[in-house]
Design a protein around this ligand. Structure first.
Ligand code: HEC
Ligand code: HEC
Length: 252
């Protein structure tokens, strides 16, 4: 009997029946959704949905939340392996927040002024971004892939990242320094770790695997290897690169 009750409790969330359309979209719902949004979401997505380090929500159609149900689920459960957190609001508040998020897409958003085409050229050649970042099947692996970045980050955040990479390094990105018994120090990015061993990729793209008992010191540093483009690109060129990245909204 007990195990049977436990089974019910652990029903996966998809099983819950959600209505196809948001049932809470009155003016009062939207007003309440707005205050919930300002308190819980604006810190990352900006008060108007187009700023900060969160995805740009001020667009007519959200990439992963085109339907009301998917928007609800994203707000409820977050997006795994990203900085988008889940939320413990009750179902009515979740719908009200979703209703307000929909209104953001109807506001006129600040235009991206650069030229995306020359931005792509710059990114590939002069700016050297593909040394470390993948775009489609090309490029390096030290930084996160840039495919789909326009759906994950607002234009304002992209500009800040390019100008001041060290100002906002996500907690999920940490470089490691491993000191071995025989005195070697290897720095890189953690790929994998279990109780006995750790694997990392160094900044020259070489793979290393260590047994834990070979390691005398392991330090984790929230430090980026991304260089600032300030001084290497003109303001106009930076606008162009941002414009190109903002158009990268497709599948990853
Ligand atoms: C800690 C920062 C943070 C907070 C707080 C946050 N978000 Fe997000 N959100 C993000 C990030 C980052 C992404 C992009 C994730 C990715 O795909 O990499 C995102 C993605 C989204 C998306 C998907 C957009 C798309 O184009 O598919 C929606 C919708 C969203 N957030 C809504 C909300 C709402 C509503 C709240 C408040 C209840 C909220 N977020 C709170 C950081 C945040
Ligand atoms: C020497 C390697 C290197 C180069 C060159 C480089 N980056 Fe990065 N970049 C990284 C690393 C590593 C990270 C992840 C850590 C962090 O956020 O700083 C990163 C993070 C980013 C992010 C944040 C991604 C996210 O999901 O929020 C963006 C955007 C970005 N880089 C764009 C660029 C652009 C545009 C260029 C070229 C102008 C560039 N990078 C050049 C290494 C590099």
């Amino acid at each position: 009997m007990i195990w049977w009750a436990a089974l019910l409790l652990f029903q996966p969330p998809q099983v819950l029946d959600l209505p196809d359309r948001n049932p809470f979209t009155s003016t009062a719902d939207i007003a309440h959704g707005k205050s919930l949004y300002q308190g819980r979401c604006a810190g990352c997505h900006g008060p108007e949905g187009n700023g900060g380090k969160g995805a740009n929500l001020a667009v007519p159609s959200l990439t992963r939340a085109a339907e009301d149900k998917s928007l609800y689920r994203i707000i409820r459960y977050g997006i795994p392996d990203t900085e988008m957190p889940g939320s413990l609001m009750d179902s009515r508040e979740l719908w009200q927040t979703a209703a307000f998020v929909r209104t953001l897409g109807q506001l006129p958003s600040s235009p991206v002024t650069g030229n995306a085409q020359s931005g792509e050229q710059l990114l590939r050649l002069k700016a050297g971004c593909l040394q470390c970042h993948a775009l489609g099947n090309e490029g390096g692996r030290m930084g996160p892939p840039l495919s789909g970045i326009g759906a994950r980050r607002s234009a304002g955040h992209l500009r800040n990242k390019i100008l001041q990479p060290a100002a906002d390094v996500p907690d999920t990105f940490r470089s490691l320094a491993v000191t071995t018994r025989d005195g070697r120090v290897i720095r890189g990015i953690r790929l994998n770790e279990d109780s006995w061993s750790i694997q990392l990729r160094d900044f020259n793209d070489r793979f290393h695997s260590f047994w834990k008992d070979e390691i005398v010191q392991l330090t984790s540093e929230k430090r980026t290897t991304m260089p600032s483009a300030r001084g290497r690109l003109t303001d106009q060129e930076i606008n162009d690169v941002v414009a190109f990245l903002a158009t990268q909204r497709g599948a990853q």
